[in-house]
Write a protein that binds this ligand. Structure first.
Ligand SMILES: [Fe+2]
Length: 508
């Protein structure tokens, strides 16, 4: 039975969003504290993915076969996952037809101004697709101005690292003035609050009572930026899921998020239950660019007018199905491999797949890297047909996708203008997120890279680096743990506990 869910009532959400809007940039005085702990080597986004880094296949140690038998421990469990696997394969075919029919239109699009008044049905569509385009979050001219400012920052600091090294498109820049302004923009903070409000706290799935969490308090998770030029084919980031790879099965806390899928009740999986996620470790191997916090949605703010085929984001637009398939995939292998099956269709038939609890295979899961997916390792997703490009965006629009969402970047940029984004996800106040943010604040003041990202000096000696005077709002400074939180109308007991904890860390 579900009790006391921390669903944010509509009127509280409106009050919260208003309080984020009304904050001004006055009186933003930072108070530095704990030191940053970036123990990673210098690098770029290529280190996050085996395919970008050119890494070869690695055979996993025997303990991964044992892990499979821990997750599927007996005959009854084996029967349940086998039945679930067959159901998921059938549903994937149905989903594929719908995706082919609708193309990019399947991705929901909403206006920033309408966020607080969306109907229950509209919200369900966002949750089902796992992706949403939010229009007009920021004024177009402001977004274009941010891009020009970043270009000047790059010119003044030519030593900046990026990928690919010979023609940089994804820059190791975290602390430009534009990024500080964008992250602290009131509409960006309100959008993050709305996105996290789609999640809920379910006491049945939380291992400990009264977790420190405020879904209506956004924190800034600091990430890089992309200015992708026409013709680029190197930043070809194929279908993947961020937030680790093997960790989804290996880490007990993380695995609990997918309990229903792994026990065969895949339709009962609630991708928006924050419960077990609070205790998930998505970075068991200190991987470069592996996210160590909980992001309710990953996302970016567009700085360009960019449509399909112009180097934009692609997504698999059915969150429950892709999650169920990816989580069940390591437990099954083909009886007849593709090259000896009569046809690709025969190869993909459920009857050609059998339970595999003996091998160490976790297809395309590599320690310390993100979870990649392709036609060979995850054939039933039929990614060649089902990855849809997000609809055309203009500067100031934002796109968000669920933290378990399968996504990719178009392999070739065939457009005529740059395809540029600031990576800005949504991360609510939780204990782990706040601990990370408190350390992040120190990295900000010293100009070092955030600890989830490649290390080194970063922007410490860069000319015209952003600083706390660039925050557009007090709430932006709070989201960076540089200013204590205050109470707001409509806050609940959980919000209060969470901000008291946050303020203790901020005071140091
Ligand atoms: Fe990603």
């Amino acid at each position: 039975m579900l009790l006391h869910r921390q669903i944010i009532p509509r009127h509280s959400l409106l009050l919260r969003i208003r309080s984020l809007h009304s904050s001004t940039r006055a009186d933003i005085a930072p108070s530095p504290r704990v030191s940053a702990a970036n123990t990673k080597d210098e690098g770029t986004i290529a280190d996050a993915f085996a395919s970008l880094a050119g890494a070869a296949d690695v055979v996993l140690p025997e303990r991964f076969a044992e892990l499979k038998r821990t997750i599927v421990p007996n005959e009854a469990a084996a029967r349940r996952v086998t039945a679930a696997w067959a159901e998921v394969l059938g549903e994937l075919r149905t989903a594929e037809k719908e995706i082919l029919d609708r193309g990019s239109d399947i991705v929901p699009q909403v206006n920033y101004a309408d966020l607080s008044s969306l109907s229950g049905e509209e919200i369900e569509v966002v949750k089902k697709r796992g992706t949403v385009v939010i229009r007009n979050v920021v004024n177009e001219d402001l977004a274009l101005g941010w891009k020009e400012d970043i270009k000047r920052y790059i010119q003044k600091n030519p030593q900046v690292r990026g990928f690919p090294a010979d023609n940089k498109q994804v820059f190791e820049i975290y602390w430009s003035k534009s990024q500080i302004e964008a992250r602290s923009h009131p509409h960006v903070l309100s959008t993050q609050t709305w996105l996290s409000s789609l999640w809920q706290v379910n006491p049945d799935t939380i291992p400990e009572p009264n977790p420190l969490i405020s879904l209506s308090t956004p924190l800034s998770y600091v990430d890089r930026l992309r200015i992708r030029l026409p013709g680029d084919a190197k930043f070809a980031l194929g279908p993947h899921i961020d937030g680790g790879s093997l960790e989804r099965w290996e880490d007990e806390g993380y695995r609990r998020c997918y309990k229903n899928i792994l026990e065969g009740r895949w339709r009962e999986h609630d991708a928006f239950d924050i419960g077990a996620r609070l205790y998930a470790n998505s970075d068991l191997y200190n991987g470069s660019s592996q996210c160590g916090v909980f992001r309710s949605f990953q996302g970016w703010l567009s700085l360009s007018n960019t449509g399909p085929n112009e180097g934009t984001l692609r997504v698999y637009p059915n969150l429950l199905l892709s999650s169920a398939y990816v989580l069940l995939r390591p437990f099954f292998k083909a009886v007849k491999p593709l090259d000896s099956a009569n046809s690709r269709e025969d190869y993909l038939e459920a009857s050609n797949w059998t339970l595999d609890l003996a091998s160490t295979e976790f297809p395309n899961s590599v320690m310390g890297r993100g979870q990649e997916l392709n036609e060979i390792t995850h054939p039933h997703l039929r990614l060649e047909n089902t990855m849809v490009s997000v609809p055309r965006v203009k500067p100031g629009d934002m796109v968000f996708w669920h933290c378990d969402g399968v996504h990719a970047v178009e392999s070739v940029h065939r457009g005529e203008g740059d395809s540029s984004v600031l990576y800005i996800p949504a991360a609510p106040l939780t204990e782990k997120n706040m601990d990370y943010t408190a350390r992040l604040a120190h990295a900000f003041l010293s100009g070092s890279p955030p600890e989830d990202f490649p290390g080194g000096k970063g922007e410490a000696e860069f000319v015209d680096r952003g600083n706390p005077a660039n925050f557009l709002t007090v709430e932006g400074a709070r989201a960076m743990a540089l200013k204590e939180f205050e109470e707001w109308p409509g806050m609940n007991a959980s919000d209060k506990r969470a901000i008291e904890h946050a303020n203790r860390l901020i005071r140091g």
